[in-house]
Ligand binder design. Structure first.
Ligand code: NAP
Ligand code: GDD
Length: 342
């Protein structure tokens, strides 16, 4: 009988970490996830698949660690001896990276090197996936593919370029099976509430329910290639199963503006966003990435990956989910109110 494969995930509590964990558990992996200590619960996205550690044979285990703490990473890798490492942890918010550039470099850039060094130092034989980003293309005009030069336009993007090239360097220099997935924006109902798509779908739902009257946004002209996170974690896993490690662009090949996303999301609820949206310069960035449009023909040719969920369905899926979530919250609030009144 072959032993179950072991995967270690950094960033397991994030959007992608949660979808990837579901995928790996469905493929009968044992999954180990690194979480950081927080004063409030930070496992909301994986609570539905959490397994009691008192279970005699849990398939999902969470361990404390931090990308800022090399000794914790070394210890975890030595103890777990993973077959595959998916490195998704990062300070991943571009606008915030202008406020905390040093921290972003520390976690998003150097955090990756700490992991790579931990693999080298422990001598554990493992495959390594690094979450590279289309943000690295910055001001280089679309369409973008693996040959397109990087021109980072944020501290986040600069940190990702460093992590990307260090991953290539460990592949070339030490023969590590290391892949960079250059993923374009991908969204879902689990997307963090401060990224533009989720901010919009949540606001549309709340406005429809009478819980909010305004939505403050920054640059509405930016264009992104938005896909669905569930499709993108399949690409991560598939590139890690190839005979040879390589770098791949993962994208839908369609680009839309923030304005078009507003049309789609508010339109789905028969609302006109122009009545509610105001521009607040605090959500603009000192340097912007104007247009992203990915060409993922390399991944398609190598392992047949293509996106299943398209722009309109993605926006609608997110709005429907937020409407359900906010209606539930509304119910609960009404119920609490009734309890208080009694
Ligand atoms: P996300 O939802 O922001 O999740 C980030 C994860 O990193 C969270 O689990 C977070 O933990 C963890 N983390 C942050 N700082 C850490 C630290 N110091 N030590 C350990 N863990 C830490 O991001 P995502 O959207 O899932 O994206 C996953 C990865 O892909 C990120 O590296 C991101 O930069 C990259 N990426 C994302 C996209 C996209 O469109 N989503 C596109 C290209 C690349 P907490 O939950 O405790 O905060
Ligand atoms: N967050 C946010 N909030 N963005 C806004 C707003 C707002 O109020 N108003 C306009 N935007 C614009 C941003 O200026 C940007 O051009 C676009 O909407 C998308 O912003 P985000 O959703 O924050 O995503 P991002 O493209 O900056 O970064 C995401 O995608 C990258 C891949 O290209 C993140 O997930 C990164 O981690 C990821 O690497």
């Amino acid at each position: 009988m072959t032993a179950m494969k072991k995967a270690l995930i950094t960033g397991i509590t994030g959007q992608d970490g949660s979808y990837l964990t579901e995928l790996l558990l469905a493929k009968s992996y044992r999954v180990f996830g690194i979480i950081r200590r927080s004063s409030s619960f930070n496992t909301g996205r994986i609570d539905h698949i959490y397994q009691d550690p008192h279970d005699p044979d849990p398939k999902l285990k969470l361990v404390f660690g931090d990308l800022n703490d090399a000794s914790s990473l070394n210890k975890i890798i030595r103890t777990v001896q993973p077959d595959e490492i998916y490195h998704l942890g990062a300070q991943s918010h571009v606008r915030v990276s202008f406020d905390v550039p040093e921290y972003t470099g520390e976690i998003t850039g150097l955090g990756t090197v700490r992991l790579l060094e931990a693999i080298r130092e422990t001598g554990v034989t493992t495959r390594f996936y690094n979450a590279s980003s289309s943000e690295m293309f910055g001001s280089t005009p679309p369409p973008q593919n693996e040959q397109t030069p990087f021109h980072p336009r944020s501290p986040y993007a600069a940190a990702k370029v460093y992590a990307h090239w260090m991953t290539v360097n460990y592949r070339d220099g030490y023969g590590l099976f290391a892949c960079n997935g250059i993923l374009f924006n991908h969204e879902s109902p689990r997307r963090g509430e401060t990224f533009v798509t989720r901010k919009i779908t949540r606001a549309a739902a709340r406005i429809k329910l009478g819980l909010q009257t305004k939505l403050f946004l920054g640059n509405l002209d930016a264009r992104r290639d938005w896909g669905y996170a569930g499709d993108y974690v399949e690409a991560m896993w598939t590139m890690m199963q190839q005979d040879k490690a390589d770098d791949y662009v993962i994208a839908t090949g369609e680009t839309h503006s923030v304005r078009e996303f507003l049309d789609e999301a508010f339109g789905h609820l028969s609302l006109d966003w122009k009545e509610y949206v105001e521009i607040d310069p605090r959500y603009c960035r000192p340097t912007e990435v104007d247009a992203l449009l990915g060409d993922s023909s390399k991944a398609r040719k190598a392992f047949g990956w293509k996106p299943k969920v398209r722009f309109q369905d993605l926006a609608r899926m997110m709005v429907d989910s937020d409407l359900e979530l906010e209606s539930g919250l509304l119910d609960r609030r009404t119920r609490n109110h009734e309890v208080l009144e009694r």
